[in-house]
Design a protein around this ligand. Structure first.
Ligand code: ADP
Length: 536
């Protein structure tokens, strides 16, 4: 017997209509490249979205067209996140910080019919336009008077495109399983692979994120995603925030400018933000050095890579509770979240600290397990490490254009899961250091080293070793205020804090660390740089 409830599809249009009803006057702020501010409400932005939807039809894009964007976090990108999928097309966010070869590959693989481009990226696209045969329309994300001279054929200004359109649209009732968003992995190994989300997967993830025991956004929140919309939709914030009736503050291009960011936090009274550890660390350093305070900011998600305990504790002192969120492009992107519980106050101080570093419990809808090399499930005892596998309605079942994968997705992460369901990432399979047949957690060593006040950034990689096959090498960016810091001091600092045999054989100082296009430290590049490292 079938239930007798209405068969109403879960599609992105429902987020738009809901927010238009419950949060019409809620603000949607964006900062432009020149620092000036655009002030809209959701109601304004959705009227512009309807005009954009009419414009997409007038461009005669096909009904399942992939429409590419190379854009920062701003209101135009927000409008694209709705108009493209809600007309049935696929919003393909392209990461403009990838290498031009990868960008070309991605646009061709997706067969994008139109590209919406921030003026900053137009020269890069001009250089490859002859090799992008599927693209029929080029739109610059600017007003008519900002339209640059360009060799792109019939380049139009976004505001011109919207100018002559009506601000209402007859939105189609789309199947919830229809594709809506496309994002490619960064391709650190092999070519980038497309992850194709659906209306249903986006709506379910946002509902789950918005549970009080997870990210739990409310209509009181003012949310500023520093994570880019071009990398897995800023962790879904353009959808989760309006769903919760929360305001959105979109920071534009200058996300690494901590002074500008803290200014925006104070000006717009931001309560909740999301960023990778490198950006939080920049904000922390700026607050420490300038004495600036950010009283409105209560909570923030730190994710995309492991953050050091010291950073959590420093941000506590600035009044911001950081919460660890784990995910990946293939999960579009959040899989687990660490909400600190009142019961954790009963734990001994050391365990409280450990608890915060865990990647948290799975969001409702996501199943997790750890397995050994033969695929056998391992115990959830908080000690045993294994390869993390997941299943769920917003986990990728196959890459775009590729055959179907297994029913459980192998994340390539190594993790423990404790009896209360808290998962902790100890490494990525490809970053794991195997010394004398035993695994060493680079993340745990990095975490301890980062608590030394003389360390600005620290990374541990495995380097070939004649006897042990691999041994850990510590690479450190020292803090300017500690000119006398030595390698020996740092290595002895680890004594008693990690198992003796984990202590790296050497420590090298560098001025900067290489970062990936998404702002994470690139261990791959470091391994290449230290490929011929000779142990003393
Ligand atoms: P890429 O890093 O290749 O651009 P993703 O953004 O999809 O691709 O990165 C996903 C990976 O980032 C995860 O598999 C995991 O290794 C790492 N990661 C994400 N969040 C966390 C976290 N909170 N703690 C530790 N590692 C994380």
């Amino acid at each position: 017997m079938k239930g007798l409830m209405m068969d109403v599809p879960l599609n992105i249009k429902t987020i738009m209509s809901h927010a238009a009803m419950v949060a019409a006057d809620t603000k949607l702020i964006s900062r432009r490249a020149d620092g000036s501010i655009s002030r809209l409400t959701y109601s304004d932005a959705f009227a512009r979205t309807a005009r954009l939807a009419n414009a997409l039809d007038h461009l005669e894009l096909s009904s399942e067209a992939r429409v590419g964007t190379l854009a920062w976090n701003d209101h135009r990108h927000f409008e694209l996140h709705y108009a493209i999928p809600c007309t049935g097309r696929i919003c393909h966010t392209v990461n403009p910080k990838l290498f031009p070869e990868q960008i070309k590959f991605i646009i061709n693989d997706a067969q994008d019919e139109a590209l919406f481009i921030d003026p900053q990226f137009i020269p890069m696209i001009e250089a490859m336009q002859d090799q992008l045969p599927s693209v029929k329309h080029w739109i610059a994300l600017c007003s008519a008077n900002e339209l640059p001279q360009s060799s792109l054929p019939d380049l139009q200004a976004y505001e011109n495109l919207l100018g002559c359109e009506q601000d209402s649209y007859d939105w189609p009732l789309l199947d919830e399983n229809r594709a809506s968003n496309l994002c490619y992995t960064s391709g650190t190994t092999g070519d980038p692979k497309g992850v194709l989300g659906s209306h249903r997967s986006i709506v379910l993830q946002c509902m789950s994120q918005n549970m009080a025991s997870q990210l739990g956004l409310t209509s009181e929140d003012v949310v500023m995603p520093l994570v880019p919309m071009f990398h897995v939709n800023a962790w879904c914030m353009p959808y989760s925030a309006p769903m919760a009736g929360a305001a959105l503050v979109l920071p534009g291009p200058h996300v690494s400018d901590a002074a500008a960011i803290t200014d925006l936090i104070n000006q717009e009274k931001v309560t909740f933000s999301l960023a990778v550890p490198t950006l939080w660390s920049g904000i922390n350093q700026f607050l420490n050095a300038s004495g600036t305070s950010i009283p409105s900011l209560e909570r923030g998600v730190i994710g995309g890579a492991a953050g050091a305990l010291q950073l959590y504790q420093d941000m506590d002192r600035h009044g911001v509770t950081l919460e660890n969120g784990w995910g990946m492009t293939e999960l579009s992107p959040i899989g687990s979240y660490n909400r600190y519980l009142p019961s954790h106050d009963q734990l001994p101080k050391e365990d409280q600290a450990e608890q915060r570093l865990k990647s948290g419990r799975p969001l409702f809808g996501i199943q997790m397990r750890i397995v050994d090399e033969d695929g056998n499930s391992l115990p959830h005892d908080g000690e045993t490490t294994g390869v993390l596998e997941i299943r769920g309605p917003w986990a990728c079942s196959a890459y775009y254009g590729k055959p179907r994968e297994h029913d459980w997705f192998n994340t390539g992460d190594v993790a423990t899961i404790d009896p209360s369901g808290y998962m902790r990432i100890t490494d990525r399979v490809k970053d794991v250091i195997k010394s004398g047949g035993e695994w060493i957690s680079s993340i745990e060593i990095e975490n301890v080293v980062m608590s030394h006040p003389g360390v600005r950034e620290a990374v541990v990689i495995g380097v070939a070793h004649q006897h042990w096959s691999e041994r850990p090498l510590l690479i450190v960016v020292p803090d300017d205020n500690y000119p006398t810091l030595t390698s020996d001091q740092l290595l002895s600092y680890l004594e008693g804090k990690v198992p003796k045999w984990w202590i790296p054989n050497a420590c090298e100082f560098v001025d900067t660390l290489p970062h990936t296009a998404t702002g994470k430290v690139s261990k791959k590049m470091l391994r290449e740089n230290f490929n011929h490292y000779q142990w003393a």
